[in-house]
Design a protein around this ligand. Structure first.
Ligand code: GLY
Length: 395
């Protein structure tokens, strides 16, 4: 029965997204132009950024909000610089990535955060991918060992936060930290990292997902029995709602886990999440989600361009692991979201927006923080999606 529903939904979306909004030729031009724009904009960012900090967002007074090395988003800027170096071959991006990621070095020893994948794999991980520098490998292995200390065998998951008020919270975002653990096993021969990643993904699949394949943001566990105590939200509209970036983290995370393991269950999970997002009646026509699919202010709710950027990058990859019509549909949806982000409604003008690339992301609506602003991770996944489109459109 579930299979039939899935197929019916798949057919429905096929008809909607049989073609991309822009022709492949126009899309190619837009992607190149957006990458060149991103490089120019980040050159301006580089020149204006104070030493030893990282671009985070925009303050309420319009000034640049920066972050220190220990804020969870600090790795995205050096990561974006690596991507732009890969694209432009302009050595100033490499120099900037090296300079900024140097400030992240103390993070590799931290055992009080689960964000080490975001912090270290987006920065040093991209550096390693491009240059295979032995020192980067050591940093990534140390970071992986630190992250592994947070794995709770009774629960089968990596603890996310140490904040008070929770027993052992695990957030859907944590799926994004598993890529570094898979890398660590491949590059050390120590299978314990990979086992942790797989166990965490399996536990997430079991306890974070509802029947419709939307996900809770936070699952709180009992540390002694491993039982689920509560399924809540932190950044979404309500405990029962679908926080958009959380859906995108899950989509990206399970697509990536399929790439790393070839376990079909992860692929199916990613396909179901994609269907949930793309078929949702509250998904806007431009495929840039509202901050939460259940926000009561829809259609006047704020958007989250970061969710669209993560979703776009994930869908472009998911299309490579699926067949024919389904593959085309995911590719087209990823491309359409990317085209929206690259268009005038979401892409900043040169030299404004504190030199961030994208407008209109939302960090935490309930926390009343970072609402309708640029965010460094929206830019990172936008650049990643542009590069993925460029690389894979010629397949
Ligand atoms: N990892 C936190 C967020 O997505 O806002």
């Amino acid at each position: 029965m579930r299979k039939i529903v899935f197929l019916l939904l798949a057919c429905a979306v096929t008809n909607v997204n049989a073609q991309t909004k822009l022709s492949p030729q126009k899309m190619k031009v837009l992607v190149e132009e957006s990458l060149q724009f991103s490089a120019r904009q980040y050159h301006l960012m580089m020149r204006s950024l104070p030493d030893s900090v990282f671009p985070r967002s925009t303050n309420k007074d319009g000034s640049l909000m920066t972050a220190k090395f220990n804020w969870w988003t600090a790795g995205f800027y050096p990561g974006s610089c690596w991507y732009l170096y890969e694209y432009t071959k302009d050595k100033t991006f490499r120099t900037e990535a090296l300079k900024r990621q140097e400030f992240l070095l103390p993070d590799q020893y931290r055992t009080n955060t689960h964000d080490l994948g975001f912090l270290m794999y987006c920065s040093f991980g991209n550096g390693w991918r491009l240059e295979h520098t032995p020192a980067f490998k050591e940093v990534l292995l140390t970071s992986s060992r630190s992250l592994a200390t947070r794995f709770k065998p009774t629960i089968g998951a990596i603890r996310s936060w140490d904040h008070s008020g929770w027993k052992c919270p695990v957030i859907i975002d944590n799926m994004m930290n598993l890529e570094m653990l898979c890398w660590a096993t491949k590059n050390s021969g120590d299978s314990s990292f990979w086992k942790i990643a797989v166990t965490h993904a399996n536990t997430t699949m079991k306890n974070h997902y509802r029947k419709d394949y939307s996900s809770f943001h936070v699952v709180d566990y009992d540390t002694i029995t491993g039982k689920v105590l509560a399924q809540k939200t932190h950044q979404g509209y309500s405990d029962a709602s679908a926080w958009s970036r959380g859906q995108a983290w899950g989509l990206y995370g399970f697509t990536m886990m399929y790439r790393e393991t070839k376990d079909r269950r992860y692929l199916d999970q990613a396909r179901h999440i994609a269907e949930f997002m793309l078929n949702h009646p509250h998904m806007p026509a431009d495929l840039v989600p509202y901050y939460d699919f259940d926000a009561p202010e829809i259609p006047n709710a704020v958007r989250d361009a970061s969710a669209a950027a993560v979703m776009s990058s994930a869908l472009l990859e998911l299309s490579r692991y699926t067949d024919k019509e389904e593959s085309k549909r995911y590719w087209n949806a990823g491309a359409d979201a990317l085209a929206s982000l690259a268009g005038p409604a979401y892409r900043a003008k040169e030299g404004v927006n504190n030199n961030f690339i994208l407008l209109h992301s939302t960090g935490s609506m309930p926390g009343k923080s970072e609402i309708d602003v640029p965010l460094s991770y929206a830019d990172y996944y936008f650049i990643e999606a542009l590069l993925r489109y460029k690389k894979w459109s010629s397949r």
